[in-house]
Design a protein around this ligand. Structure first.
Ligand SMILES: Cc1cc2nc3c(=O)[nH]c(=O)nc-3n(C[C@H](O)[C@H](O)[C@H](O)COP(=O)(O)OP(=O)(O)OC[C@H]3O[C@@H](n4cnc5c(N)ncnc54)[C@H](O)[C@@H]3O)c2cc1C
Length: 340
């Protein structure tokens, strides 16, 4: 089987297939796990993502439930700990109307299955002392979590290699398919036959050469910029949200601040405006961060789906014939909202 794209999705698929005894090759034109999978904030936030798609929410909730065991399994196999942590998500209100809005949302989150608490000012500050002293209150989603996505990428690549997955660096991959089914892929090194090809090319998935129109994925890139500050280890515990901006503490002493959202093609520059907007939000929610060193800035490309809003489930894309074998099985992973 062939997987195109060695991000967390492609490596995750390859890992699970290899565990089940499949021979898998992963093709990427760049370093594995260095695109969006490296750029992300690593929040595991099914509720904060505010999806209104029940199936997507259920999938994210189930994924969150199995994450600790998945991370532990990888740590045991290859010795790389992806730092799963469940310190919750704290949505902060700096004025009374926002606090009312957050408190009103609590019941909806509970109905969706979340463990939620509404905290007053004193409780909020006791939980996160870096938060602004004039905070009015907050909404704590206790069961949201985070991983270190860069470490997870390293762990997955190593685990794949240990299982015999071949990583192939290629410049141009062209899918070869006839009107009935996929036949394989062509690279500068020649043709490789494959009966199943997984398109895990992230923000580029819609542009993969040779994909038949019926199986083309309608994604477009949405750039996201991030900033990291150095803070004393443990100074912040939860993922702290102010509106759609968030602060994510890492175990290595970095505090990630994210993220911008901009449609500007495949451009991953970090801009003055983006950095300003994120630092502004961070210093509003936690003014004490003003003296912190800026240690890193970066940007990556998310891949929300164009027209079809939501994950594209494993629906066969018919190419005009009726037998199940005459279809392109397509599973594409994307996001209801290009939120993080
Ligand atoms: C700033 C930012 C913050 C985010 N925060 C979060 C968060 O907190 N929580 C969360 O769940 N998600 C978050 N995300 C989203 C998350 O990072 C992505 O959904 C996830 O990493 C996508 O993984 P992927 O494997 O699909 O894509 P990628 O990691 O982008 O991998 C795609 C791979 O395909 C390769 N490729 C593309 N085209 C070709 C081709 N033609 N031939 C060969 N190789 C090709 C690329 O080189 C790349 O390696 C964030 C994203 C960004 C940008």
């Amino acid at each position: 089987m062939a997987v195109i794209g060695a991000g967390l999705i492609g490596c995750g698929v390859a890992y699970e297939l290899a565990k089940r005894g499949c021979a898998v090759s992963v093709y990427d034109r760049a370093e594995p796990a260095r695109a969006a999978s490296w750029a992300g904030a690593g929040m595991l936030a099914p509720y904060s993502e505010a999806t209104d798609d029940d199936a997507m929410l259920a999938l994210c909730r189930e994924a969150l439930a199995v994450y600790p065991a998945f991370v532990e399994e990888l740590r045991e196999r290859v010795g790389v700990d992806a730092h799963f942590g469940r310190a919750g998500a704290l949505h902060v209100a700096l004025d009374a109307s926002r606090f009312f809005e957050l408190a009103t949302r609590a019941d909806a989150y509970r109905e969706a299955g979340a463990v939620v608490r509404v905290l007053d000012r004193a409780e909020t500050l006791a939980r996160e002392p870096l938060v602004a002293r004039d905070v009015v209150g907050s909404l704590l989603i206790e069961d949201e979590a985070q991983i270190d996505n860069r470490r997870l990428g390293r762990a997955l690549v190593a685990a794949c290699e240990a299982l015999g997955v071949h990583f192939k660096r290629v410049d141009d991959v062209v899918i070869e398919a006839d009107a009935r089914r996929v036949r394989g892929l062509r690279t500068a090194r020649g043709f490789v036959s494959a009966s199943v090809i997984v398109n895990a090319a992230g923000a580029w998935a819609g542009e993969l050469a040779g994909v038949p129109d019926a199986a083309r994925v309608p994604v477009r890139p949405i750039a996201g910029e991030m900033v990291a500050l150095a803070i004393p280890n443990g100074a912040m515990r939860a993922n702290v949200w102010l509106g759609h901006r968030y602060l994510v503490p890492r175990k290595d002493g970095r505090l990630l601040i994210g993220a911008t959202m901009e449609e500007r093609g495949y451009n991953t520059r970090v801009t003055a405006g983006g950095v300003y907007a994120m630092l502004d939000a961070a210093l509003t929610v936690a003014p004490a961060l003003a003296g912190s060193a800026v240690v890193e800035t970066w940007a990556g490309l998310r891949c929300p789906v164009r027209r079809i809003h939501g994950p594209i489930w494993a629906e066969p894309c018919s190419t005009g014939t009726s037998s199940p074998q005459d279809t392109f099985e397509m599973v594409s992973f994307s996001r209801r909202l290009p939120r993080n």
